[in-house]
Design a protein. Sequence first.
Length: 364
Amino acid sequence: MQGIETKKKETSSRHPLSPGYETTSTSKQKGHPLNLIHQFQNVEVVKGINGLDKVVLRQIRGSSAEIYLYGGHVTSWKNDRGEQLLFVSNKATFKPPKAIRGGIPICFPQFSDFGSLEKHGFARNRMWSIDTNPPPFSTNSPNKASIDLILKPSKEDLKIFPHSFEFRLRVTLAPGGELTLTSRIRNANSDRKPFKFTFAYHTYFSVSDISEVRVEGLETLDYLDNMHKKNRFTEQGDALTFESEVDKVYLSSPTEIAFLDHEKKRTILIRKNGLPDAVVWNPWDKKSKAMADFGDYEYKLTLILLSRWYLNYHHNYLWLVLMPGGVTDMWLGCNAAFGLNLFLCQLSLYIFIFGATEDELWGV
Ligand SMILES: O=P(O)(O)OC[C@H]1O[C@@H](O)[C@H](O)[C@@H](O)[C@@H]1O
């Protein structure tokens, strides 16, 4: 009884994009702020696991995506058949300060443990906020469901990373179910100093069985093998398949990578921009057992494919340097298609590209 009353009170007093808000007939009344911002029509903010706020994006044909404000973390991406395309561990804690295991963690301002910050940086375990007044979309893409999340450093963050920044994460779900994440990072230092950072989308995809998966687009590339002292090798063969632990960093990887799941008869296409490295990681059985928030056999159910800015050439890694007032965009688009015919998928990818150019994404 108490709970119901509280919810009523909160719902009526809150902005439609604030936590706890649900789309009701009342919210659709004329003049309601929700009706004034077209791109918010398919957006809902609800309570997720452990009471954490999450944004739900929906498309009319049935696809959806979920983003936790904790970490600016995409935890769900479903196609119009309702099939989950991302992996989240059954053991994921959804409890700060631990990052959520699975989905798409954002690694910023540091990738891995190369630097003085905590591993993979702090963005994945901070609370992000919703920007209710984001830059507009251009008129020829009115049907995208989209949310802009913002992360700015707290006083505590500035003690360990003394740079003022604004990180805008735009998550977009197109009518065909394509998911796009765009990260716009701005240097807001008032002392006019540049800062440097590394970055990654640490994407955990859901697969039927890792041994049934083939990755295309990385063959013949040079890679650094994290399992062999980061030594440099050249990939041989047609496509990547999996039969043991893998942790490889492909250098200068193409903007398009695909993986095919034979059992699910599904192809996922990944298109990235501003992210030259592609990391393929699967902990396999031994390492899985050592991770408290990862099931012993869940390595079979996920393909972890990171798109990152890091460029580690035998430890002489390059940071991305951002000048004062400067911005940089890095985006990742994923599109799921049925069947294992890459040509057909590329066709749909190109439709996707024309449907979501960078300019269009930012409405410029
Ligand atoms: O457990 P974390 O901090 O999420 O890191 C997961 C993994 O991230 C990968 O990027 C690294 O290559 C692995 O070595 C690491 O174990």
